[in-house]
Design a protein around this ligand. Structure first.
Ligand code: COA
Length: 182
């Protein structure tokens, strides 16, 4: 099973009316992380507006709480607003909290949610040199395609071969709802 080191217990879905902790996380990210996430240089103003627009775009956001602060998030958004079987997902974890399993646990939470809302395929896009995302995609048995710059990983949520993904996702579901701090 893909190891998430028990971080599922720290993950909860962010309520649309209280996205300040999520905004705080995004504003703490360094330039490199923001570039990897958004594929561009972004300003604080952009991030503030981005989070403000999340509810109207039906973005589902999971946050990983560590000692009262959100240190990593996973976002899930259908390509077609409110319909369609395909969605995109994206992840960020603050640099001091990487390689601890948080990104893996957030991916499990997002996969579980995709399963719950009947999304069939979840697409992740990241740079070809993004070894951490490549490793996470591998753990979740994603089909990865790439060109010279970008990777696209497709998580087939209902695919039998993705059993491992689903079992970890089920674990996340079985523990939710969760405490805000640990
Ligand atoms: C990608 C990201 C979310 C991963 O978060 P994370 O909490 O570090 O992820 P995890 O700890 O669950 O998993 C990272 C895996 O990569 C592995 N890894 C780290 N550096 C690596 C390297 N150079 N080569 C190969 N694997 C590497 C870790 O060992 C771990 O695998 P393991 O669990 O088998 O040991 C985080 O690095 C991040 O926020 N990056 C910037 C934003 C970004 O790139 N987002 C992706 C856009 S979708």
């Amino acid at each position: 099973m893909a190891s998430s080191h028990g971080w599922e217990r720290n993950i909860s879905r962010a309520p649309g009316e209280d996205l300040l902790p999520i905004r705080g996380h995004l504003l703490r990210l360094d330039r490199e992380a923001l570039y990897s996430r958004f594929g561009n240089v972004v300003t604080n103003e952009f991030l503030i507006q981005y989070i403000e627009r999340a509810p109207e775009l039906d973005t589902i956001i999971f946050g990983c709480w560590v000692n009262g602060k959100v240190r990593g998030i996973g976002e899930l958004r259908r390509f077609a607003l409110g319909q369609g079987n395909d969605a995109e997902a994206a992840f960020t974890v603050e640099s001091a909290f990487r390689d601890l399993g948080i990104g893996t646990a957030l991916t499990a939470a997002v996969a579980n949610e995709a399963w719950r809302i009947d999304v069939r395929d979840v697409y992740l896009c990241f740079g070809v040199r993004n070894q951490r995302m490549r490793r996470i995609a591998q753990k979740f048995h994603a089909a990865v395609s790439f060109d010279e710059r970008d990777c696209t990983a497709r998580l087939s949520i209902k695919d039998e071969r993705a059993r491992e993904t689903r079992s970890l996702a089920w674990l996340a579901k079985s523990i939710l709802p969760l405490e805000r701090s640990a």
